[in-house]
Ligand binder design. Structure first.
Ligand code: M6R
Length: 365
């Protein structure tokens, strides 16, 4: 049942090219994303949206954080992202022109469902992004956008996250086309880049073995940091959660520019820092932040884009992902982080697929 892999998590990490592919299939027409077959949102409704709320828990929340950047950039609609257990209690401003997008692999997470119901009650339209056909989210949302990752068994979510990112990208491109925020050429370029992701994810997985020695070193530490800026910050939040969840190592994800406002005090000789530098626009600033932690003795693992010859000069070890559009980097950048968590958990001899204290589906609030 594990298809020759030692754990479901490793199997599911390796299923990502297929999960991405299956989530894209049938959703592109004439080189452009078109979801009008499966969404009943009319052109008028789409044009009437004045704000979007992404609401989710855990890994799905981290997908929502990426969603904010993607939607704001491509569609120019203001987006807020909330952890579902906080959403209802902050008295959010929800009107009939608010679109609420709930993201849930299982479609059964209690807080996410409660948020969905509250949003509907307040008159908003709700889009559910879920991986389970017939789940509560799929049944109760006004619109459903499926991720086609297949069953995810390991408690740590991997292929569900990358598929959620794909579903969000598709949704954003659909909105952008209808609202006319992107020209045809840009829509096509984004779509082509999406279609290339499965093969690029595959290329990363072929190098999976190179991450094992890094994980073996990390397994000896009790504390570490993940840093990034912009979209990379959202990706490191996911990387940090994954590592905590299955390796029981304490880590913090930090926006790299914020370190010197307090947290830099925790950087001491030898502490591992995993630094993502995939975002071209902020690359120089990110390198300065890396130099700040290096100067305090951190051992830095940098993750950059293939072909980059700069990052290697300021870090101790480098990992690379193939080049895609900057907005799509998270889909690829998370994969080495998933592998790092996986191999760290294995190196520590832990129960990778069923970490202590956690359940796959959280059906209590
Ligand atoms: O089924 P859901 O997507 O609603 O689950 C949300 C979280 O419980 C889930 O993503 C959790 O954070 C994962 N165990 C993280 O790997």
């Amino acid at each position: 049942e594990k298809g020759g892999y030692d754990h479901f998590m490793l199997k599911e990490i390796h299923e990502q090219p297929k999960a991405i592919q299956d989530t894209l299939v049938g959703r592109v027409k004439d080189g452009v994303v078109d979801l009008s077959q499966e969404l009943s949102l009319t052109e008028e409704e789409i044009k009437g949206i004045d704000k979007i709320h992404f609401v989710a828990c855990g890994t799905a929340y981290h997908a929502g954080l990426i969603g904010k950047s993607v939607v704001e950039k491509l569609v120019r609609i203001p987006v807020e992202v909330d952890v579902a257990s906080e959403y209802r209690y902050r008295d959010p401003i929800i009107t009939p022109s608010t679109l609420v997008v709930v993201v849930s692999q299982s479609g059964e997470t209690a807080d996410t469902l409660a948020a969905l119901r509250a949003a509907k009650q307040a008159g908003a339209k709700v889009v559910g992004i879920t991986n389970v056909v017939g789940s509560s989210v799929a049944r109760e949302a006004d619109e459903v956008l499926m991720t086609w990752a297949g069953p995810e068994i390991a408690v740590a979510s991997t292929k569900a996250y990358t598929s959620q990112l794909i579903a969000i990208d598709l949704f954003a491109l659909h909105l952008a086309r209808v609202r006319g925020t992107l020209d045809e050429q840009t829509l096509k370029a984004h779509t082509t880049a999406l279609l290339n992701l499965p093969q690029q994810a595959e290329a990363i997985l072929e190098q999976a073995g190179s991450i094992q020695p890094l994980a073996a070193a990390i397994a000896k530490h009790d504390n570490l940091f993940f840093i990034g800026r912009g979209l990379d910050y959202a990706v490191v939040m996911e990387g940090s959660l994954k590592l905590k969840e299955i390796s029981y190592i304490h880590s913090e994800a930090y926006p790299a520019g914020e370190l010197k406002h307090g947290t830099l005090a925790l950087i001491e000789e030898g502490i591992p820092v995993i630094a993502l530098a995939t975002q071209k626009e902020i690359f120089e600033k990110m390198v300065s932040n890396i130099i700040e932690v290096k100067a305090r003795g951190a051992h830095v693992i940098g993750l950059g884009i293939e072909g980059d010859t700069e990052l290697g000069k300021s870090v101790d070890e480098t990992l690379f992902i193939p080049a895609t559009l900057p907005l799509l980097n998270p889909v690829l950048a998370v994969i080495p982080l998933q592998l790092l968590s996986y191999y760290t958990s294995v190196a520590r001899g832990l129960n990778v697929d069923k970490p202590r204290n956690l359940a796959k589906s959280v059906t209590v609030e």
